[in-house]
Write a new protein. Structure first.
Ligand code: SF4
Length: 229
């Protein structure tokens, strides 16, 4: 593991978090879910497909998918080979095919074809773990039930000293204790945009970072930068 720079002396995370969110909101006013969807079922499907795949790739596949499969029952009744062929380019397509058909059956049999709005029910649906449930509850229903933790969120919350945990479940727990509930859905979108545009994994652009003075580790990571080509 690479050595880190000595942390700047800054106020505790709880005293910085509101300013961090305010500044990121100002820098990324359009930050929102980047998966295309028109209803909760479509977002659930798109989120299942986004595992190990970019949102951009998922958005290329879903127009064809959603034109062919419109309801939970449609997914329940899907021909596996036909469905797999449509979603093949998202990777892990056999597992995802099983998840989508299982999801369709679970919704049709247990929830009248609707996506449940309750975390414990949603996480019982095949293909939907807590992260997927957080995405759907927050973005399709406007319910702040948890904080989505992906690789950007994990990296940046570490750099900003908002958590010291490495396990996503524990990171989420730290963030839920730290961040006002009304920001639980928004925060990951802000961090994902920040991570793509500025706080990139290999070479964070700290010189243009809107939260530089709130970051204990500007210049992280302490790794050699790749030589300019
Ligand atoms: S100062 Fe650098 S490391 Fe810190 S949040 Fe900004 S871009 Fe990331």
């Amino acid at each position: 593991m690479s050595a880190r720079k000595t942390a700047r002396r800054l106020p505790a995370a709880g005293e910085r978090i509101e300013a961090i969110i305010t500044r990121l909101e100002a820098r990324f006013p359009d930050a929102q879910c980047s998966l295309d969807f028109a209803n909760p079922l479509q977002l659930l499907v798109a989120t299942i497909l986004s595992a190990q795949c970019t949102d951009e790739r998922v958005n290329k596949v879903t127009p064809v998918l959603f034109a062919r499969y419109r309801t939970a029952q449609d997914f329940a009744d899907a021909n596996p080979d036909e469905l797999a062929e449509i979603i093949r380019s998202t990777g892990f397509y056999r597992n995802k095919t099983r998840s989508l058909i299982g999801m369709g059956r679970a919704l049709a049999e247990r929830h009248g074809g609707e996506v449940p709005r309750i975390m414990d029910e949603l996480t019982q649906v095949p293909g939907a773990g807590r992260k997927t449930a957080n995405v759907v509850l927050g973005n399709a229903f406007g319910i702040d039930e948890g904080v989505v933790v992906d690789t950007h969120v994990k990296r940046i919350t570490h750099r900003l000293g908002l958590t010291h945990q490495t396990d996503p479940v524990k990171i989420e727990r730290d963030l839920m204790a730290l961040v006002p509930r009304r920001h639980w859905t928004l925060l990951p979108h802000l961090l994902i945009h920040h991570g793509r545009a500025i706080c990139q994994a290999r070479t964070p652009r700290c010189e243009i970072c809107p939260v530089n003075d709130l970051c204990p580790f500007p210049g992280a990571p302490a790794r050699p930068r790749p030589a300019a080509s």
